[in-house]
Design a protein around this ligand. Structure first.
Ligand code: F6R
Length: 600
């Protein structure tokens, strides 16, 4: 949510670095953008509402500057106007901010009494004014920022430049992510590594409450006003991972990467002889119950995980939305494990849910894609998904990697509890090796666009399924609505007749998922019920059921029930993608959304 970039160096390329960085960060927010840089000793601020291209049209990339900050915004306080865009300047301070200053109204009133005039409706502008006010009586920048920190409640990652010091860039972090990148006679700040990967692979992740002072040759990091030592890390990510590699959209590239992601993630937990499988995960047999907490698609992955863990490992598992878990009565048992799932590892509600579980003294396990992220650092155990960088706002490959890790947890638990014998595990894992090929087969089906064409003029789409297929229906529905802007809802197939079936009209699309043989006949009856009311039925299945009642049948390959969701989710993702494209939407950056939701 909001992307921050900052540069200080001996070259004059600041403007270019800022714009390049914002291009990479645009997935974090894209309703307005801006940069501020020193040019001939004067601060120059250029901002624009709308996508980054509007800002680019206003900027001269050849402007010489050795220091600057940039921001791409996802509006929280105030509309996406040019005035509300960052950077904000007050007195001698110019800032960019990601997060929310909860007591901004109170701070604003105090600062107004001291002569500050606020131009924007944002919570962020008070940070610039507060720093400027404190700087009037204290010139030590670390102390100024420390004092400001004490007065601000909320979450923030802030990049700061000061009119008086034209070769230093400042940064402070509390909850919202921020890294420092180390180059040759130049240093950077960024919301994430992707913004600077083409410039450097060396970085440090700032911790909560860290204050950093960057000059071209040096970076000092302070904690509570005291300089601290730090280890510079080197990432193995390459810039290639954040390019489209010939695909029209990142989302399509990422859908197509799923076979590779499956192979990579599986190899992290199972070697070729399967000999490490028992030990590649922590022993979770001591937990009598599991609570999975996450947001959005990660919750849907959790719902698949619940089905797998309950059915195969016989452990009671509940799934709760992180934003609800945070404030509901907890009812966590002492021997209950809390699993948090997050691609970004920075989702604020999930992070706060994790903190609540830890405060309650429950063990926590994070299933995380972004290494070095806050949730990865704070979880007691971490199991990484190896999906690589995901750029499209709508998750696809990270979701399926989360489902895979949850499935492996179910298998691992079942193995340790002796529900599965080693022969059974060996057979299942041998079958798993076939999944990438089967995924390729599903990806090669050419009918997704045709199906999207058929439903493109409909206002509502319903998704149905039972058990694990209901979990998939929920993910299919979210994928469709978030990028195509067509209203959709997911229902347990047996639930439609208790109300929702009244919405089925002639040609209303109903997407049914049937992969669980034990209850397939029941869902087929539900398909007949909607068909009798005129629905246009698209059925995704992996078996030879008589589905003559459906208008379209997408047959995915049969596999062990443990892996079935990883195949049947692909048509759901791809139909959503095709529909969004037909509608002319920006598939990778759907309106009103952002990739990393670092506000509550
Ligand atoms: C939907 C989507 C979101 C995320 C959710 C959690 O396509 O991507 O629903 O799944 O915002 O994000 P992470 O996994 O980063 O915590």
């Amino acid at each position: 949510m909001c992307g921050i970039i900052g540069y200080v160096g001996t070259s004059d390329s600041s403007v270019r670095v800022l714009i390049d960085g914002l291009e990479k960060l645009e997935y974090r927010g894209y309703d307005s953008a801006g940069i501020a840089y020193f040019k001939n000793g004067e601060i120059n601020i250029i901002k624009s509402s709308g996508k980054l291209v509007n800002l680019k049209n206003k900027v001269d990339l050849n402007d010489n500057s050795n220091i600057g900050i940039g921001h791409t915004r996802w509006a929280t306080h105030g509309n996406a106007t040019t005035t509300n865009s960052h950077p904000h300047k007050a007195g001698k301070f110019t800032i960019v901010h990601n997060g929310i200053i909860e007591n901004h109204e109170e701070l604003k009133k105090c600062l107004e009494k001291r002569g500050y005039v606020f131009l924007s409706e944002t919570d962020s502008e008070v940070i610039a004014a507060l720093l400027d006010y404190l700087y009037k009586s204290e010139k030590d920048m670390v102390k100024v920022i420390e004092d400001a920190k004490k007065m601000m409640n909320g979450t923030y990652a802030v990049g700061i430049i000061c009119d008086d010091v034209k070769d230093e860039l400042y940064a402070v972090r509390n909850s919202s992510p921020l890294i420092v990148g180390f180059g040759e006679k130049e240093n950077y700040i960024a919301s994430d590594l992707s913004a600077i990967l083409d410039k450097t692979k060396k970085y440090v992740t700032l911790e909560n409450d860290d204050v950093a002072i960057l000059s071209p040759e040096n970076v000092d990091i302070y904690k509570d006003g005291v300089k601290k030592s730090y280890d510079v890390k080197t990432t193995s990510y390459t810039d290639d991972e954040v390019s489209k590699n010939g695909y029209e959209y990142f989302m399509l590239k990422e859908i197509n990467e799923q076979p590779e992601v499956f192979k990579r993630t599986l190899l992290d937990y199972v070697n070729t002889s399967y000999s490490n499988f028992l030990d590649s995960m922590p022993d979770l047999t001591k937990y009598k119950k599991i609570r999975i907490v996450a947001c959005g698609s990660a919750t849907h992955a959790g719902l698949v995980g619940k089905q797998m863990i309950e059915r195969f490992a016989n452990v009671k598992t509940e799934v709760e939305t992180a934003s609800e878990f945070r404030y509901n009565p907890l009812f966590l048992d002492d021997d209950e494990l809390v699993i948090v799932i997050s691609q970004s590892g920075e989702t604020m509600d999930t992070l706060k849910a994790l903190e609540r579980a830890k405060e309650n003294k429950n063990d926590t396990l994070g299933i995380i894609n972004a290494r070095e992220s806050s949730i990865a650092r704070e979880s007691d155990y971490v199991l990484y998904t190896n999906a690589g960088k995901e750029v499209a706002v709508a998750t696809t490959k990270a979701y399926s990697a989360q489902v895979l890790v949850l499935t492996l947890i179910a298998m691992n638990l079942a193995y340790k509890k002796k529900i599965f014998t080693s022969d059974e595990i060996r057979n299942i894992l041998t079958e798993a090796k076939e999944i990438p090929n089967k995924m390729e087969y599903v990806l090669s089906d050419h009918r997704y666009k045709e199906i999207a064409e058929k439903i493109k003029d409909q206002n509502d789409v319903f998704f149905i399924g039972r058990g694990v297929d209901y979990a998939l229906a929920q993910e299919g529905s979210l994928k469709l609505k978030e990028i195509s802007y067509v209203h959709s809802e997911a229902y347990a197939a047996g639930e439609l007749k208790h109300g929702t079936i009244s919405l089925i009209e002639n040609q209303t699309p109903v997407v049914a998922v049937i992969t669980d043989d034990r209850i397939a006949a029941k869902t087929i009856s539900n398909i007949k019920e909607v068909k009798a009311r005129g629905a246009y039925v698209i059925c995704i299945t992996n078996d030879d059921y008589d589905l003559s009642c459906a208008d379209e049948v997408i047959k995915v390959p049969k596999t062990n029930d443990l892996f079935a969701p990883l195949l049947s989710v692909i048509p759901l993702q791809t139909i959503a993608y095709e529909l969004a494209k037909i509608k002319g939407n920006d598939v990778d950056k759907p309106r009103n959304l952002a990739k990393s939701v670092t506000v509550e």
